[in-house]
Design a protein around this ligand. Structure first.
Ligand code: Q9C
Ligand code: ZN
Length: 508
């Protein structure tokens, strides 16, 4: 299966702010126009499959919103300018327009179309360029430029229609998608990860539940992962560090059947909302790192992004990677900043009771002084959870920081059925480096190993690993020892102790 969908309709550029409001003026029709034009001018649009788009039905909107709210929004096309302004005032940081209801139905419809085309195998992955965005909108409320929750609705639709039991939503927009969190906080079948500008709750939407201790509720405890950024100016290194140390270990353990991205590009450099410093190229890599999950079923859906040039470039990097082009060169990957280390450590600590991959955090801090022997797993490749930890938390961070021009992969014995998927995943992940230039040398091999690796080398998403189990303590000790030995040379291997905020929280 191959091919990438691009879902877009010019109709969604046909609404705008009709009065003066400094908060809302950044959300413009140009956002969609420049993104689409950039894709066209780079020849990317014509390499994608396009599908006609439709309005979502009322039934679909009701998957995540109340009847009362839908009825209220349904009236907005008939309101006068003054009435629209009054209607708008009951919500935070959002505006209405006579055509926004129509566009909001198109945005939901486009997102569902994308999911359907991916789930039925018409394409492997794709992106929906939509307006209005969705991740802030809630059961009974518009919020933060969002009217209907495009991604949340599409996730519920996918669960119902394809009988899925594990969906991963990655929200790399710079704002917390609290609407998505509220929708799934008690639902263990949808894992929601969001990083967001937080600054100790002094940034919009100023919610306590956006902090790292917002882990979900009831059966959904552990399936909501918030990574608050407490400083602006986060870089490529901080974003990669978050992926390697938090999102990817959990994502591989969760083993999703479908991945949805709330793709806001206000997390890129130059954005007037985010004030972060990550380059547009990082989104090619973030996309690549998620492409080997869920057999490559990846749906990217636009959320925010308010700097026209940064937005357009980031969209192009994302689509180019979805199409399977080599990932771009990343300038100077190095140490994450202190604040990022602290946030990451807090998330890992608060989630250690829910995820096997974080189980041995406390112990590692004690043993680091004791054992400094060479990394050698007593249980070898039988402990696949530890192997994935070694790959995601040690090998990949160093590899990204080293920034090689060529990757040579030497595989020793790769004979057991167990090992092939792991090696194939590693092969896929390593193709994010050196613009995909990989040389794989197999020493001893079977047809099965050859076929598995060949598929990964030729761009197939890595195979599902199934349940990984809990990493063995002795293997994790060996891994931590190795990390301790290497961390002075590799910034992406740094960690910090938990912050005082976490200690307070953790008290019984
Ligand atoms: N300067 C999305 O990115 N305004 N929504 C915050 C603080 C609300 C953002 C004001 C921003 C909403 C989809
Ligand atoms: Zn945003």
């Amino acid at each position: 299966m191959s091919g990438s969908a691009l879902i877009y309709d010019k109709e969604m550029t046909r609404y705008k702010l009709l009065w003066t409001d400094p908060v809302c003026e950044i959300e413009t029709p140009e956002r969609l126009m420049v993104s689409y034009e950039a894709l066209k001018s780079k020849g990317l649009e014509q390499r994608c499959e396009s599908f006609p788009i439709r309005e979502a039905t009322e039934e679909e909107i009701l998957l995540a919103h109340s009847k009362e709210y839908l009825e209220a929004v349904k009236q907005t096309p008939h309101l006068s300018l003054e009435e629209l302004r009054t209607f708008t005032q009951q919500y935070s940081d959002v505006y209405f327009h006579p055509n926004i209801y129509h566009c909001a139905k198109m945005a939901v419809g486009a997102t569902i179309q994308l999911v359907d085309n991916v789930m039925t195998g018409k394409v492997r992955n794709g992106m929906a360029l939509v307006r209005p965005p969705g991740h802030h909108s809630q059961r009974n409320a518009a919020n933060g430029f969002c009217v209907f929750n495009n991604v949340a609705i599409a996730a519920v639709h996918a669960k119902n229609h394809y009988n899925l039991s594990r969906i991963l939503i990655v929200d790399w927009d710079i704002h917390h998608g609290q609407g998505v969190q509220y929708c799934f906080e008690e639902d263990p079948s949808v894992l929601y990860f969001s990083w967001h500008r937080y600054e100790h709750r002094s940034f919009w939407p100023y919610l306590a539940e956006s902090d790292f201790d917002g882990v979900g509720k009831g059966k959904g405890a552990g399936f909501n992962i918030n990574l608050p950024w407490n400083k602006v100016g986060m870089t490529n290194s901080d974003y990669l560090y978050a992926f390697f140390q938090v999102l990817l270990p959990v994502a591989y353990e969760f083993d999703p059947e479908l991945v949805l991205i709330c793709a806001g590009f206000d997390s890129a450099i130059g954005d007037p909302e985010g004030h972060m410093c990550a380059s547009p190229e990082i989104f090619g890599h973030l996309t690549h790192l998620l492409m080997s999950l869920a057999k490559g079923r990846l749906c990217v859906v636009l959320e925010g992004g308010y700097n026209m040039s940064s937005l357009a470039q980031s969209v192009c990097q994302t689509v180019q990677t979805l199409l399977g082009d080599p990932t771009p060169v990343l300038a100077s990957v190095g140490s994450p900043c202190h604040s990022a280390l602290e946030s990451v450590q807090n998330v890992r600590a608060v989630h250690q009771n829910y995820w096997n991959c974080f189980k041995h955090i406390g112990e590692q801090e004690l043993l680091c002084v004791r054992s400094l022997s060479f990394l050698h797993f007593p249980q070898g490749l039988h402990d696949r959870a530890s192997v994935m930890q070694a790959v995601l938390c040690l090998l990949l961070p160093m590899a990204y920081e080293f920034d090689p021009g060529l990757v040579v992969q030497v595989l020793g014995k790769c004979n057991s059925k167990q090992e092939v998927p792991i090696w194939a995943q590693l092969t896929s992940l390593l193709q994010g480096l050196a613009q995909g230039k990989t040389l794989a040398l197999l020493q001893v091999s079977t047809d099965m190993a050859r076929a598995g690796l060949w598929a990964s080398l030729s761009g197939s998403p890595g195979p599902s690993l199934g349940p990984l189990g809990t990493p063995l303590a002795e293997n994790m000790e060996a891994l931590e020892a190795q990390r301790q030995r290497l961390k002075s040379q590799w910034g992406l291997l740094l960690k910090t102790g938990v912050s005082s905020i976490f200690n307070d929280f953790a008290k019984p």
